[in-house]
Design a protein around this ligand. Sequence first.
Ligand code: C2E
Ligand code: CA
Ligand code: CA
Length: 718
Amino acid sequence: MNNLDQKTNHLLLLFPDNPSEKKVLSLTESIYSVGRHSDSTIKLNSSSISRHHATLIRKDLGETENIYILIDGDLKGQRSQNGILVNGKKTIHHRLEDGDVIIFGENEHKAIYKQENNLEKIKVDSLSNLSSEKLIKNIDSSSKISRERLQDTLVISEENLQENLTNKDINRLASFPELSPNPILEFDFDGNITYTNPAANLCFSDFLTTSTNSNPLIAGLSDKPTDSSGGLIIREIKIEDRYFEQYVHYLSKQNVIRTYIFDITERKNSEEKLKYQAFHDTLTGIPNRDFFYWKLAKFLQKRQKNKEKLAVLFIDIDRFKNINETLNHTTGDKLLESFAQRLTSCLPSYCFLSRWGGDEFTLIIPLDENLLTAKNIAEIIINSLKNPFLIAKYTIYVTCSIGIATYPDDGLEEKQLIKNADIALFRAKQMGKNNFQFYTTQLSQEQMLLFELENGLYNALENHELFLNFQPQFNLKTNMMSGVEVLLRWLHPTLGAISPAKFIPLAEETGLIISIGEWVLEKACMEGKKWQDLGYLPLLIAVNVSGKQFQQENFIEQVKYILNKTKFDPNYLEIEITETILMQDVEKTDLIIRELSALGVKFSLDDFGTGYSSLSYLKKFPFDTIKIDQSFVRDLDVNKQDQALVSAVITLAKGYNMKVVAEGVETENQKSLLKKLNCDIIQGWLVSKPLKQGDFSNFLTKYTKDIQFDIRSFNQSL
Ligand code: C2E
Ligand code: CA
Ligand code: CA
C-alpha cells in the first residue's frame, strides 16, 4: 500500500443507477482500472460500461503533492466503447480537478471527483444527500486474500483463564455438561478417558473405547508440556471428513484434561471454498492474480536463499479483442478456458501458470541447469498453439506474444519482475506478435519514451503544439507550381520536433488520429480558402488521411462539413490515402471515393509500390493521382529495375487518365529522368523542403506576382 497523501485527499464519489451501490472511494493507489471486468479495481456494472472502460493514474508532483489523470480505456490504447464525459465534454485524457463531474458510458454511472484537505468537511458538504454511503478509505487489493485462520495453538495461563475465557458458552457448558449439545470429553494425563457427556457419546461412539494416542481426540494432548498451573489450548482436529475445534482445559491439580468440542465442518468448508475462490480464476479454474503474487513471493524467498534463478513470463493472446467482438463473448470465454487448458497440459509441472486478467496469463518458471530454459518453455507455448481451437462451430487459430523477465537480472522484487515482463511483452507485440522477447533495459527507455509521447499527444492539439508544413509540387509540363502537400508537424515542449513517422502510428493506435486528422483537414482547407481569396494561382491542396480516420463511420460527413464550414472549393482538395487503407475495406473505400469525387474532391494513391495492391486496383478505383514512392525515385539514375517500374506505372496511369507525382526528388538527374519518362509532377527537396505556413504564404505572394520567381532561391534565403 502506498502511504496516504497527508495533504490532499482525492475522493471519487460514485453514483450508479442503482442507489444502493453508491460509494465514496478515497483514491490512494497509483493506478485504478475502472470497468466491467472482474479484475477492475473500481468495478462498474452495466452494459454500457466496457470491460476496461477507464484508467485513473496518479501523478506524483512532489513528496506529498499528487494529481489524478483519467484516461479513456486501458493503458494499451484500447478505448472504451461508449466513452467518458467530463463536465459534459467527451474526453480521452483529463487531469482531474476538484468538482469534476464524470459520466462513464451511457449516463448510468456518474462520479464526482473531489479534492479536499478535510474528509469530515466533505462528508458534510457534499455528501449530505448521500446518507448511506460507506467511507472506504482504501481499496486494498490484498484484502481479497482471506486471512488465514489462526491455527497455532493458543496457550493462556490459568490465572488469566478466568478473565480471558469470555466465551459464555464454555462457562455455561462447564456448569451443565449433561445438557450441552456439544461433546465434552475428559481424560487423565495418561490418556485414559474419565468422562464423556451424552453429546460426546453420540458423536464419537467409535473413539470412546480407544484411549491414548491412537485416539484423535486425545492424541498429542497428554504430552503437551504445561506449566504447573495448567492452561488452555484451542486446536483444530479433523476426523474423517469433519472438522472440530477443541478447547482443551488442563486442570493439573485434579489430574484432568477437560475438552469441549465444536463441530466446525460447515464453517471450515465454506472457508475452504472461499479460499479456493479467492485464489482461483472462476472462468478458467487456474490460479488467479492474487495466487500468482503469493506464489511468486514464496518462490523468490526460496530462490534468494538458494541463489537460484527464476523467470516470469507474461503471455497475451494476440488479437483476442477481435475474436471476442466478431464471435461473441461466450465464444471468447470458451477460448480463454481452452487456452488455459492447452497451456496447462503442455507445461512442465514445476511451472506455475495463472490468469492475470482478460486475455493475459502469467507464468513462473524456476530456472535450473537440469530444467528447461525460459526460451524452451516460451517455444513450447508458441508451438502448442499451432493446432486450432475448436469451439462451438468455429475453428479458431490463435497466436500469443510473450514477454520474459528473469530474477535476479531483471528485478529482485515481484513488482519489478512483473513490470519488466510486461515491458518485454509490449516489445513482442511491437515486433509483430506471435513471438517472445526478453526484457532489456533499452526496452524500458524506449517504452518510457513512447509513454511520454503518447501522454504528450493527448494534449498536443489543445496546447497548440501541432502545426502544418507545406511542400510545393512542381509540374514538369507547365513548369509551374501545381499543388502543395500538407505535412503535419509536432513540436513537443521538452522533446522537440517529433517525426510524423513516429507520432502518426501512436495517434492511430490511441484513436487520437481522428481528432488530429479532422483538425489537419480543417486547417488545410482554411489556409487554402485564404490563398484562393487572395487570388493566388489555383493550387491543389493535398492532405494525408490515415486509415482509422478514413474508415470512421462519418468520414464523408466530416469532409462535407469542413468544406461547408471553410467554404473551400472541393475541386482543389486532394485526399491522399495509402494502398493499405484501400485494402482494408475495398467496398467502403470505393463508396467513399465515389461519393466525395462526385463533389469534386480528388484522390491520390500515396506511397505507390510499397503496399500490397496490384496494378489492377488502379482500374477499380477512380484515383486522380498516383504518387510514386520515394524508394523508387532514390536510385532511379542507377537502378534500371526502378526505371522500368516507374516507366510502367506512368504508362499505365496515363491509360487510366491519372496524373503521376514522383516523391522525394532530390537531384537534377532524377528530375530529368522523370521528365523523360513522362512524369507529370515532382515533389521533393530539389524543388523545396516542406515550408512553414508563413514562409509558404510569403513565397506564394511573390510567386503569384512573378511566376518566374524561383522557389529554390527562396528556399536558400530561408
Ligand atoms: P508521406 O505522405 O509519404 O510524405 C512525404 C514525406 O517525404 C514527408 O515526410 C516529407 O517531408 C518527405 N520528403 C519530401 N521531399 C523529400 C525529399 O526530397 N527527400 C526526402 N528524404 N524526404 C522528402 P514527413 O513530413 O516526415 O512525413 C512522414 C509521413 O507522415 C508522411 O509520409 C505521411 O504518411 C505522414 N503524415 C504527415 N502528415 C500527415 C497528416 O497530416 N496526416 C496523416 N495521416 N499522416 C501524415
Ligand atoms: Ca503523402
Ligand atoms: Ca508518400
